[in-house]
Design a protein around this ligand. Structure first.
Ligand SMILES: [Zn+2]
Length: 203
């Protein structure tokens, strides 16, 4: 079984991605770097933890999408405005946001190296953001200060796109904006976890 490569930075400045267990001799200065020095248990433990938390957060995101759809459908007594294609978009949005957002819990898992605190912090960071977004209520109905927070909350943009798909129809500016937010969240969490992973296996 092969895991993701480890980024090795040589003292001379060369950087190379080396598969776990392999040795790399720097072409520039000749120093040797042995990734097998990282205990296998640590390496695979971290990989397992990362995968587990990823699944938990993706599950939460999908459950959330389902709950929003069901609630709205029941409340409005109507179907989805954009039909079956809209439903596919809806789940694609929820799933890709879940994957991007799950990087946060991966980051926490690597930082704390502790399962309980990872789960706690993940839940404590995700749920308040959820309630401080337009996910639960249309913006005009939210208290003033929550409206202000909601503007900076990535979950709002996803929720807006979901609402449009269900209630009004295809609004490409809002849907495109949601995908853009997902890309930004994904880029931020991915670079943060990559940096943290490097620290975790080299520490
Ligand atoms: Zn070197």
């Amino acid at each position: 079984m092969k895991g993701p490569p480890i980024t090795v930075s040589c003292k001379c400045g060369e950087v190379r991605h080396v598969p776990y267990g392999e040795t790399w001799q720097c072409e520039k200065c000749g120093r040797r770097w042995n990734t097998a020095q990282i205990p296998a248990e640590d390496y695979w433990g971290i990989m397992r933890e990362m995968r587990n938390y990823r699944l938990v957060v993706i599950g939460i995101a999908l459950g959330l999408a389902l709950a929003v759809v069901t609630l709205l459908a029941v409340a409005l007594g109507v179907g989805v405005a954009t039909g079956a294609a809209g439903l596919i978009f809806l789940f694609a949005l929820a799933l890709s946001f879940g994957i991007a957002w799950s990087g946060i819990s991966t980051f926490i898992a690597l930082a704390t190296r502790n399962s309980e605190s990872t789960l706690m912090i993940s839940i404590l960071t995700t749920f308040p953001l959820l309630f401080l977004s337009t996910a639960v209520m249309p913006k005009p109905l939210l208290p003033d200060w929550v409206q202000t927070v909601a503007v900076y909350n990535p979950i709002s943009y996803i929720a807006d796109a979901l609402h449009r798909l269900i209630i009004t129809g295809w609004d490409w500016a809002v849907i495109g904006g949601a995908f853009l937010v997902i890309l930004v969240v994904g880029a931020v969490t991915l670079s943060a976890t990559t940096a943290m992973f490097r620290r975790a296996v080299s520490g």
